[in-house]
Design a protein around this ligand. Structure first.
Ligand code: 0O2
Length: 242
């Protein structure tokens, strides 16, 4: 393969030689794979759009009609091809699009950050009650934190996406957590990557202590919030239907 003349001056000699050594058949296979991957990943992007729209509607409705909004912010991500590949290896999944579709349910991810713990369960309830949403799996790391202190409510939701050749149902992993849980998880994630998973014992201890401080902050803030609103006792749990 010859490099595109427009970009050739930007490439090193090694890169140009590498490109020239690719035969047309291999190049065709790579291009076909790129197209297949784009077709595979597209519905997941639309799944994110569907969930994001649902959350935005709830958020706007709260902003218009209530005197406070339980949703602080929302973010989303599509798992990268590299990250999907790592998970395929970790889960010992067959490397076909069909098998990946069945085995990996967090290709589309949406994170909803709420003000208080009760809001996390409230937003979960409002989302999962919608009739086009199916709950595939729930992991309540708030009721049952991970040993390192990680807290979050994870739910795999399945939503319909309407494509030109018909509807497909797409799984989307939704992570719901408070601002304090999010702050802790972001830092823990950075530290974990910085040390490539081998975090020094002292830092692990400090992180666990910080998780407990974040938890205490959540309890205190929720209590203050309830006092200001003149509300009674706290109920932090999943609805009975889950
Ligand atoms: P990324 O880039 O954040 O998406 P499963 O999917 O159920 O087969 P898994 O992946 O263990 O298995 O699922 P789980 O327990 O629901 O956790 C998935 C995601 O939760 C992770 O995604 C993180 O985003 C988050 N998470 C889980 N545990 C921790 C933790 O201890 N610390 C932090 N900071 N985040 C955590 P990925 O796949 O790691 O990547």
């Amino acid at each position: 393969m010859q490099p595109d003349p427009a970009v050739a001056p930007l490439l090193s000699t090694r890169a140009i030689e590498a490109l020239q050594s690719i035969d047309p058949e291999t190049l065709g296979e790579v291009q076909a794979f790129r197209e297949d991957f784009a077709r595979f990943i597209m519905p997941y992007k639309f799944g994110i759009d569907e969930i994001s729209t649902k959350v935005s509607i709830l958020r706007e409705e709260f902003a218009e009609l209530q005197d406070y909004n339980p949703i602080e912010h929302i973010s989303s991500r599509l798992k990268s091809a590299e990250s999907i590949e790592q998970k395929v290896i970790r889960k010992n999944c067959e490397p076909t699009f069909e098998a990946i579709r069945d085995a990996i349910t967090d290709i589309a991810g949406v994170r909803i950050v709420c003000s208080f713990v009760s809001d996390v369960y409230r937003v979960f309830d409002l989302l999962t009650r919608q009739e086009d949403v199916r709950v595939l799996r729930v992991k309540d790391y708030i009721a049952h934190p991970k040993p390192n202190g990680y807290k979050s409510l994870h739910v795999i939701l399945e939503v319909p996406v309407f494509l030109s050749d018909g509807p497909v149902r797409v799984p989307v992993e939704v992570q719901l957590r408070t601002v304090a849980m999010d702050f802790w998880a972001s830092l823990e994630h950075k530290i974990y990557y910085k040390y490539d998973g081998e975090v020094p014992e002292r830092l692990l201890r400090d992180l666990t202590a910080a998780a407990s401080t974040a938890n205490q902050l959540d309890l205190t803030m929720e209590d203050l919030h309830r006092q200001v609103r003149g509300e009674g006792g706290t109920v932090y749990s999943l609805p009975a239907s889950v």
